[in-house]
Design a binder for this molecule. Structure first.
Ligand SMILES: Cc1ncc(COP(=O)(O)O)c(C=O)c1O
Length: 440
C-alpha cells in the first residue's frame, strides 16, 4: 500500500514518531484557514486512480478547476463571434491581458503600469536586455549566479555575443564559497562593488531554481544600482511564492513565467516588470511591435511607433487569449487567498517538511536550501547522501510510490509544498515515503 506504513521495516520507535507526526499534521490541517483552497485544484492521480502526492509546483503548478471554464468561454466566444470577439467577447480580447495586471501588480509588489502579461520568460528577458543591457567600452560585464538556469545563461551569453563581447571576458558567475552550496549576500555585494564601473548588468534570481535560496533582493539591487549597473530579476521561482516588493526594491526590470507557482498551465503567458522610472523613457532602444503602440491609435496603422507608457510599451504582439485565460482563473484564487496568508502557511508547511526530514532522515539527506524561512520560498532542495546511482534508485521508488518531485543533476531532489493545494498530511506522507525509499 502506498502512503502508509505497510510493507516497510520501520522500528517501533520510528513508527511511534511517524504516528505522532501524522497526528500533528492532522491538527495543523484542521487549523489551516487556507485548507479549502486545495479543492479548487485538480490533483493528479496514478493509473489506479490514487491521488499523487504532488510536490512539483515549482516546475508546473496544478490546474485550477476554474481554468477549463475560462478557456471554454473564449472558445465559445470565438465560435459565436469570430473576429467580433476582439470587442464583443464576454471579456473582449483586445485588452484581455490587462485583466491580469491588478493581481500581477499585487504579487510583484508593483504599480499596475509596471507589469504586463506577455510572451514567455526567456523572450521577455531578451526584450529587457535589448533595453537595459547597453554595454560600452568600459562598462561591459554581466554578473549572474553560477548554476543560473541554463536558459538565462544562454540568453545572457547570446546578448554578449550580439554586442561583440564574450562569456570568457564579460560574464561573471558568482560561486558560493568552497564547501558551501548557497550564496552569501555579503560576498555578492563585495563582488558587485569590486566590479563597480565595469558592470553593465546584474541579473539576479528571485529564488534560485536549484537550491531554493531566496536572496536579499533589496540589498543586492541597491548595491548594483550604487555601482551604476542595470539590474534585472528572474522571478520564475519567486512570483506567487515569496513576498515581492519590486517597486520599492527598484530594479530596472523583472521577468517571470506563470506555469510554476502561478498555476497558469504549461507554456502559459509569462510576465514582465519595468520600473516606473522608465515608464516614459522613450529614448531606450526597444524591439517594437504594434501591441506596444499607443492604444488609441493602434488601429490607425500610423507607420511610426508611439509606445504606450510603462511596461505595456514593451509588448510586441496581440495577447495569446487561450494561454492567458487559465492565468486569469488562477490569479482570481490568489486574490482571494492573499499572498500574506499564503506565505504564512508556506513558511509553516515547508518548516514542517524540514523538521520531519531532520528528525527522521538527517543521516541520509542534506537539506541544501537555507534553513532560515526568510532565505527561501516553498521549495526544499535535498541532497541524498548516497552514490549517484543509489540516490537515483531512491527517486525512482519515490515516483513509483506516488510522490511527484524532480531531480536536478548532479545530485538534487527538489520538493515544493505549495500552500494553495498541499496539506500538512501530504508533507507527512511524502516524508514517510522518502524514509521508506531511503531504507537500505
Ligand atoms: C529560473 C528559470 N529561468 C528561465 C526559465 C525558462 O522559462 P521559459 O521557457 O518560459 O522561457 C525557467 C523555466 O523553468 C526557469 O526556471
Amino acid at each position: 500500500m502506498r502512503h502508509g506504513h505497510a510493507g516497510t521495516h520501520l522500528t517501533t520507535q520510528e513508527l511511534k514518531r511517524a504516528d505522532a507526526a501524522a497526528g500533528e499534521a492532522a491538527a495543523l490541517d484542521a487549523a489551516d484557514p487556507l485548507a479549502g483552497f486545495a479543492r479548487e485544484f485538480h490533483h493528479p492521480h496514478d493509473s489506479d486512480g490514487r491521488k499523487l502526492l504532488y510536490f512539483g509546483g515549482h516546475s508546473l503548478g496544478l490546474q485550477p478547476k476554474g481554468a477549463a471554464a475560462m478557456i471554454d468561454q473564449e472558445l465559445s466566444d470565438w465560435r459565436r463571434l469570430g473576429v467580433l470577439g476582439h470587442h464583443e467577447a464576454t471579456r473582449p480580447w483586445i485588452p484581455y491581458h490587462e485583466r491580469a495586471a491588478p493581481a500581477l501588480a499585487d504579487l510583484a509588489g508593483a504599480l499596475q503600469g509596471e507589469v504586463v502579461a506577455m510572451n514567455s520568460l526567456t523572450v521577455n528577458l531578451h526584450l529587457m536586455m535589448v533595453s537595459f543591457f547597453r554595454p560600452d567600452a568600459t562598462r561591459n560585464r554581466v554578473l549572474i549566479e553560477s548554476s543560473a538556469f541554463p536558459s538565462d545563461r544562454y540568453a545572457v551569453v547570446s546578448q554578449l555575443e550580439f554586442h561583440g563581447l564574450n562569456a570568457n571576458q564579460n560574464l561573471i558567475e558568482l560561486q558560493p564559497r568552497p564547501g558551501e552550496r548557497t550564496l552569501r549576500t555579503e560576498d555578492m555585494i563585495e563582488r558587485i562593488e569590486q566590479e563597480g564601473a565595469r558592470l553593465a548588468l546584474v541579473l539576479l534570481p528571485g529564488v534560485q531554481y536549484l537550491t531554493g535560496q531566496s536572496l536579499d533582493m533589496q540589498a543586492l539591487i541597491a548595491a548594483a544600482r550604487r555601482a551604476g549597473a542595470s539590474v534585472g530579476v528572474d522571478l520564475a521561482h519567486a512570483i506567487g511564492n515569496t513576498i515581492l516588493r519590486l517597486h520599492d526594491w527598484n530594479p530596472d526590470f523583472a521577468v517571470w513565467c506563470s506555469y510554476k507557482y502561478l498555476n497558469a498551465g504549461p507554456g502559459a503567458v509569462g510576465g514582465c516588470f519595468v520600473h516606473e522610472r522608465h515608464a516614459k523613457n522613450f529614448q531606450l532602444p526597444r524591439f517594437a511591435g504594434w501591441w506596444g503602440h499607443n492604444k488609441a491609435e493602434r488601429f490607425l496603422y500610423d507607420p511610426s511607433f508611439d509606445p504606450i507608457d510603462g511596461a505595456q510599451g514593451w509588448q510586441i504582439s496581440n495577447p495569446p487569449i487561450l494561454s492567458t485565460a487559465p492565468l486569469l482563473a488562477s490569479l482570481e484564487i490568489f486574490q482571494r487567498a492573499g499572498m500574506p496568508a499564503l506565505r504564512r502557511k508556506s513558511i509553516a508547511l515547508t518548516g514542517f517538511m524540514q523538521r520531519l526530514i531532520e528528525e527522521r532522515l538527517s543521516a541520509a539527506v542534506e537539506i541544501i536550501t537555507p534553513k532560515d524561512p526568510e532565505q527561501r520560498g516553498c521549495q526544499l532542495s535535498l541532497r541524498i547522501a548516497r552514490p549517484a546511482a543509489a540516490a537515483k534508485r531512491c527517486l525512482v521508488q519515490l515516483i513509483a510510490e506516488g510522490v511527484v518531485g524532480d531531480w536536478r543533476e548532479p545530485d538534487v531532489l527538489r520538493l515544493a509544498p505549495i500552500p494553495l493545494y498541499n496539506s500538512f498530511a501530504d508533507v507527512h506522507a511524502a516524508v514517510d515515503t522518502l524514509a521508506r525509499a531511503l531504507r537500505p
